[in-house]
Design a protein around this ligand. Structure first.
Ligand code: KIV
Length: 262
């Protein structure tokens, strides 16, 4: 699984053979420039979800329910999950929370919408977890996360993201879970892995979580290309005749004459 937030990235992810695309609410931070995921709205998720679905028509697209789009009531959660499917290109929806959100997951699944759970570090409410930090290092917290995993699976989620937990805990969750685990900073034993595409591409340099691996330095490539363009425009090297449209010489001459006469 890989995150994507726009049409071209979704196309490339599909061409690369990614199994599932996540339109994560991480888009608030890595695409929209917010300081956290909290301000992300349903309208923003719908807008980006549609673009991704257009770019990857053959790939399963999961779209995040943003903060406060499902916490209020089962009715609110089902209505917003429905909007993501009907208007936002989603094949399934993802929401954060274990035991506390099991009821919501059940309600959405009963409405016929497939749900991906999300346990461990929960970025939408990370302030209550001590910030964007690894979770489940103590026996008490690890047991609570195991209970979350069980609750999410029992509620009917078809897969769950496990974020920022020790590899040993990721392994035990995966062993016990009846549904696939998709890890991000949860060790190599999860059934699948997910990364944020801007981390993979080297586009995001403000945040660098330990678990993120940069597979390319696309940010430097883009900056260099823009800088070369600026230099060439200023020096007159661009555009040259290969990037310009031509007129028949006699038409150009007639135009020149007409413009001096008039
Ligand atoms: O929003 C997101 O991109 C996510 C991933 C970190 C799993 O939830």
């Amino acid at each position: 699984m890989m995150t994507a937030y726009d049409y071209p990235t979704a196309r490339l992810a599909e061409e690369a053979g990614v199994d599932m695309i996540l339109v994560g609410d991480s888009l608030g931070m890595v695409v929209l420039g917010y300081a956290s995921t909290a301000p992300v709205t349903m309208e923003e998720m719908l807008h980006h979800g549609r673009a991704v679905a257009r770019g990857a028509p053959l790939t399963h697209v999961t779209v995040d329910l943003p903060f406060m789009a499902y916490q209020v009531s089962d009715e609110q959660a089902v209505a917003n999950a429905g909007r993501l499917v009907k208007e936002g290109g989603a094949d399934s929806v993802k929401l954060e929370g274990g035991l506390a959100m099991a009821g919501r997951i059940g309600a959405i699944v009963r409405a016929g919408i497939p749900v991906v759970g999300h346990i461990g570090l929960l970025p939408q409410t990370a302030a209550g977890q001590g910030g964007l930090k690894v979770q489940g290092r103590s026996i008490e917290r690890a047991r609570a996360i195991l209970a979350d995993a069980e609750a999410v699976a029992t509620a009917g989620a078809f897969a769950m993201v496990v974020e920022a937990v020790p590899a040993e805990l990721g392994s035990i969750i995966t062993e016990r879970a009846p549904i696939p685990t998709i890890g991000i900073g949860a060790g190599p034993d999860c059934d699948g892995q997910v990364l944020v595409s801007t981390d993979v591409l080297g586009l995001e340099d403000r945040l660098s979580p330990k678990f993120a691996k940069r597979y390319a330095e696309v940010g430097s490539i883009i900056r260099d290309a823009f800088a070369t363009y600026v230099r060439e425009v200023r020096s007159g090297a661009f555009p040259d005749e290969t990037h310009a449209y031509a007129m028949k010489p006699e038409t150009a001459e007639a135009l020149r004459r007409a413009s001096t006469e008039g």
